[in-house]
Design a protein around this ligand. Structure first.
Ligand code: NAP
Ligand code: ZN
Ligand code: ZN
Length: 349
């Protein structure tokens, strides 16, 4: 079927309306009317070809929520009318060690919601800046939040799971001092989730103007990372720091804040590398620098259920489809509180 989308024909052109096709649902497929799609900084990196290997036309979007309109004959877990979500993953090999451990996000054959290999036209996957999507049932998530919160649930599908998974893996919780660096889409979710898990949360920002707002998100303390004195007050005190910044920067100022055996985990994926870290900063206290990528499907469902139970959603600014180019420019300047979400009904306009 033909549907409307917005996407880019090259890395140097703005997004523009386009018609795309979706496959008819196969036996295990779920066909979804997309109500809202969050705008992730990865969408910008990919569509602007800041990361290697972008395939055009590129339709970004992997924070998808909506309603099931049809299901294949073998689908038993979903029915028309259900509220569902789709995150960053729409396929994987389903039998490697990673898939068997429910870590499809680390499968070598993981297929991203956009820019991934597929038999469907045009030969690569097209994402959620579109009216509908057809996805194998294994990669469809159930939404248990009230329907009125649906738009604000969308960012959980990437920003939520990308922060939830490392916070769980490195055991954020009572008695732990946890830092979150960068208060954007990912960072603001990291603050909310770490707070809900019971950790003592310190937010790091380059924006003085976000100081008070970060406390409202659940931060116990806020540090402006450009202020060396404020940084020094937290030296050697963190169990874990989650770094969501979308641009290269000095990592040493954060590793210096870790206590013995502490970990700085990078989820931000800038297009150009960070300067190499100071090795002595790591050696002297057995500190580690790690990375983490989104989360598996089971853990994404766990995160959605955790958020429904704790009343957690993203703080969003709703936009029309024709406002996405402008929204991207604002995100690049750090001018978003804290996630843009597209009202996909406006694709019809
Ligand atoms: P975002 O909303 O744009 O937030 C990034 C934040 O980083 C900004 O709000 C800003 O916070 C801070 N920042 C400081 N200096 C910056 C600079 N020079 N340029 C840009 N940001 C700067 O982005 P996001 O959607 O949260 O994504 C963050 C990064 O994570 C991106 O690189 C994205 O591709 C990546 N990502 C990775 C995964 C994964 O699986 N690992 C998943 C999703 C996204 P302050 O104003 O508070 O300093
Ligand atoms: Zn994302
Ligand atoms: Zn696999």
């Amino acid at each position: 079927m033909k549907i409307k989308a917005i996407g880019a024909y090259s890395g140097t052109q703005p997004l523009e309306p386009m018609d795309i096709t979706r496959r008819a649902p196969g036996p295990h497929d779920v066909q979804i009317d997309i109500a809202y799609c969050g705008v992730c900084h990865s969408d910008i990196h990919q569509a602007r070809a800041e990361w290697a290997g972008t395939l055009f036309p590129c339709v970004p979007g992997h924070e998808i929520v909506g309603r099931v309109v049809a299901t294949g004959a073998s689908v038993s877990g979903f029915k028309a009318g259900d509220l569902v979500g789709v995150g960053c993953i729409v396929d994987s090999c389903r039998h490697c060690a990673e898939c068997e451990d429910n870590l499809e996000n680390y499968c070598d054959h993981m297929v991203g919601t956009y820019n991934g290999p597929t038999a469907d036209a045009p030969g690569h996957t097209l994402g959620g800046y579109s009216q509908q999507i057809v996805v194998h049932e294994h990669y469809v998530l159930r939404i248990r939040h009230p329907e009125a919160q649906l738009a604000a649930v969308a960012p959980l599908l990437c920003a939520g799971i990308t922060t939830y998974s490392p916070l769980r893996h490195w055991q954020a919780g009572p008695g732990k001092k946890v830092g979150v660096v960068g208060i954007g889409g990912l960072g603001h979710m990291g603050i909310k989730l770490a707070h809900a898990m019971g950790a003592h949360v310190v937010a790091f920002t380059t924006s003085e103007s976000k100081r008070e707002a970060a406390k409202a998100l659940g931060a116990d303390d806020v540090v402006v990372s450009r202020n060396a004195e404020e940084m020094a007050a937290h030296a050697k005190s963190f169990d874990f720091i989650l770094n969501t910044v979308a641009a290269p920067h000095n990592l040493d100022i954060f590793t210096a804040l870790l206590k013995r055996d502490g970990t700085l985990t990078l989820v931000g994926a800038p297009a150009t590398p960070h300067a190499p870290p100071e090795v002595f900063n790591l050696i002297m206290k057995r500190r580690a620098i790690a990375g983490s990528m989104i989360g598996g499907i089971a853990e994404t469902q766990e995160m959605l259920d955790f958020c429904a139970e704790h009343g957690i959603v993203a703080d969003i600014e709703m936009i029309r489809a024709d406002q996405v180019n402008e929204a991207w420019e604002r995100m690049i300047k750090g001018d978003v509180r804290y996630r843009f979400v597209i009202d996909n009904a406006t694709l019809n306009a």
